[in-house]
Design a protein around this ligand. Structure first.
Ligand SMILES: Cc1cc2nc3c(=O)[nH]c(=O)nc-3n(C[C@H](O)[C@H](O)[C@H](O)COP(=O)(O)OP(=O)(O)OC[C@H]3O[C@@H](n4cnc5c(N)ncnc54)[C@H](O)[C@@H]3O)c2cc1C
Length: 303
């Protein structure tokens, strides 16, 4: 690893100033779990690292405007164990629980994970299915973008060299909604998924019709992928297993996986269909509906 300068700004303004001053040779460092490995492998050789550790402003989780506002320095473990997140958006806590091991989750931050932009990561499909947006700032201002437009290629995002991710906003589920995230893990429990799928469904009052559906998939392309054509098959349609199967088939057409040690491209494509179907079924169950079209029996009150 080559020598580098290590900066420790105390606030966002100092980060912006440092980013501007050092240009493209600089890297932000949050948890360091991805960046340090890439530096050791000489895939990246920045001459300056800007540590975000002292930026307390980026560390909180708060309830705001019908959702959760999450600072990008919040760690995966904090998100996974937060009482607020578990109460308001259990799907989010469950998804972060799937990332690697407690050791990694304790260091890795929400912002570092997104900016790293490995298409095999767990959180992006769930965050996209939930309709998350991110806030990006620089010395010249700030912008908010839907997360689904944030990733552009393998390890590539829309972030410019002088920009930093500061916040992520995740709307809570609407009434009549349920969500699910599934990770196909045929190897070890701490591996990246061979295929991953997230689904969020919203049913009408009668619970017989899909009012809205969002589906996103991971590990099956150069970025996380939203399955919009599959969603369109279900939106406004009655909840039926045939429709779910048809949507899952359509989702397969949106993916372009590579063959690697986790499976061949053809196998991953087939498993995408299976896992999208299962994610939709689980999301429906979490919305209080079984996929056979029967509504769950109401629980008896304890005497
Ligand atoms: C052994 C191991 C196993 C893993 N397994 C999984 C897994 O199963 N599932 C999964 O989803 N992930 C997995 N990961 C990846 C892990 O999620 C990432 O390493 C982690 O999220 C990166 O976060 P960080 O805070 O450590 O980022 P850092 O390593 O500090 O930074 C990563 C990148 O983000 C940039 N960056 C950091 N913060 C910001 C910011 N606020 N704004 C703009 N850019 C920023 C850095 O400049 C760098 O380019 C694994 C990692 C390891 C080491």
């Amino acid at each position: 690893m080559q020598a580098f300068e290590y900066r420790t700004p105390r606030n966002l303004q100092e980060v912006h100033e440092d980013l501007k001053a050092f240009g493209t040779d600089v890297k932000l460092i949050a948890g360091g779990t991805a960046l340090v490995i890439m530096m050791k492998q000489r895939l990246l050789s920045p001459t300056c690292l800007i540590s975000l550790r002292s930026l307390s402003r980026l560390k909180g989780i708060a309830q705001k405007d019908g959702g959760l506002q999450i600072g990008t320095l919040v760690t995966h473990r904090e998100l996974e164990t937060s009482a607020l997140v578990r109460r308001k958006l259990p799907l989010l806590a469950e998804t972060y629980h799937h990332v690697a091991t407690i050791r990694v989750r304790t260091m890795a931050t929400v912002g570092g994970g997104l900016a790293h932009a490995d298409p095999n990561q767990d959180p992006p499909p769930t965050l996209i299915a939930l309709g998350a947006t991110v806030k990006i700032t620089s010395a010249s201002g700030s912008r908010k973008v839907p997360l689904e437009t944030f990733f552009t290629d393998y390890y590539e995002t829309i972030l410019k060299p002088d920009e930093i991710l500061t916040e992520i906003f995740v709307p809570v589920l609407k009434a009549g909604s349920g969500g699910a995230y599934l990770k196909f893990l045929p190897r070890t429990a701490d591996d990246y998924g061979t295929v991953t799928a997230a689904a969020v469904v919203t049913l009408d009052r009668s619970k017989k019709t899909f009012k809205d559906v969002r589906i996103a998939m991971g590990s099956v392309g150069t970025t996380p992928i939203r399955a919009q054509e599959a969603e369109a098959i279900l939106r406004g349609q009655p909840v039926k297993l045939e429709g779910i199967r048809e949507a899952a088939e359509k989702a397969k057409q949106a993916v372009d996986p590579i063959s690697d040690f986790r499976g061949s491209a053809a196998y991953k494509k087939e498993m995408t269909g299976v896992f999208v179907r299962r994610a939709l079924q689980k999301a429906l169950e979490n919305a209080g509906k079984t996929t056979e079209g029967r509504q769950r029996a109401p629980r008896r009150k304890k005497r």
